[in-house]
Design a protein around this ligand. Structure first.
Ligand code: SF4
Length: 298
């Protein structure tokens, strides 16, 4: 089916006892990314050696604010220690803050802090599942007033500031198109993209059920997928999803923008310098990257 990348997200996929086996198998065929909030990564180093990218979610450089956002005391400390440990072990670790109203003013500083220490930054955008989504594959986000982005001018400015910052730093892993889409969304309310759920991306839940995104119900199991991929039922759903505007999850926006040949070319054009991030991990046996010991960033 031409799939290039598989992303393990959660919840926390590292809670699985068999994550080592899953990552080892997946990484034979796909660029493999896994998310952790920093609570388990340091204990699962051997499993994570199989992944191409490990993204640690960290929302603030301020320990109290981060712990408040995560709802767990000590989360900041654990996440920072995990980032350090992964880097020391030659694992390609990145930091993934979720941009919300609560940390809007900190995103630039956090980005600068990590990219200057040679740790790539990739963003999530606070979004929540609409309450009417009953027949969904699984739930992710709930509406919470503290996080809902109300200051649209500030997020537009943040997008422009990140665009500017990307001239100086290579490893800010977002594209101009994605940032421009957010600028348009927050300044005019209009979407400059059509959703490409079930075309450029799909989700598979913990039961192996496939859906276009987590907000829609399953179309079948992973075993059915090769047989139904070109069916009229899925083509009808693709047309329906192209007109859908129910969510603003940044990963879905990103894959919608960059899931075709032109979009792929755009990523290559903007991020060819970052290819070196992936090449050492692929060239050496997994876990024996030649990455040198990082500067201590505590
Ligand atoms: S916009 Fe796309 S990703 Fe979001 S709910 Fe609709 S189909 Fe799903």
């Amino acid at each position: 089916m031409g799939t290039l990348e598989i992303v393990f997200s959660g919840g926390n996929p590292l809670l699985r006892d068999d994550i080592d086996e899953i990552l080892a198998y997946a990484s034979k065929f796909f660029v493999t990314t896994i998310y952790d909030n920093g609570s388990l990564a340091a204990e699962k180093i051997e499993a994570l050696r199989h992944a191409d990218f490990v993204a640690i979610s960290l929302d603030s450089l301020n320990p109290e604010k981060n712990d408040y956002l995560k709802g767990v005391k000590g989360a900041w400390q654990k996440a920072m220690e995990s980032i350090q440990t992964l880097k020391e072990n030659g694992i390609l670790v990145s930091v993934s803050p979720t941009i919300s109203q609560y940390n809007l003013d900190e995103i630039l500083g956090l980005t600068k802090y990590f990219v200057e220490r040679d740790i790539p930054v990739w963003y999530c955008l606070y979004s929540y599942d609409p309450p009417e989504s009953t027949a969904r594959s699984f739930g992710i986000g709930m509406k919470y007033d503290d996080y809902t982005i109300t200051d649209k001018g500030r997020i537009v400015k943040l997008c422009y500031d990140i665009m500017e910052m990307r001239h100086k730093y290579n490893n800010i892993l977002i594209t101009t198109d994605a940032l421009s889409a957010l600028v348009n969304l927050y300044s005019t309310g209009k979407r400059t993209w059509k959703c490409r759920a079930l075309q450029s991306f799909m989700v598979i839940n913990h039961r192996g059920e496939v859906s276009g995104c987590h907000l829609h119900e399953s179309v079948g199991s992973i075993y059915d997928l090769p047989h139904i991929w070109n069916s009229s039922k899925l083509n009808d759903l693709r047309r329906k999803y192209r007109e859908c505007n129910r969510c603003t999850y940044l990963c879905y926006i990103f894959y919608s923008l960059h899931g075709n040949i032109i979009g792929n070319f755009q990523i290559i054009k903007e991020h060819w310098k970052n290819a070196k991030l992936l090449i050492p991990a692929r060239r050496s046996p997994k876990g024996h990257s030649s990455t040198s010991r990082p500067k201590n960033f505590k």
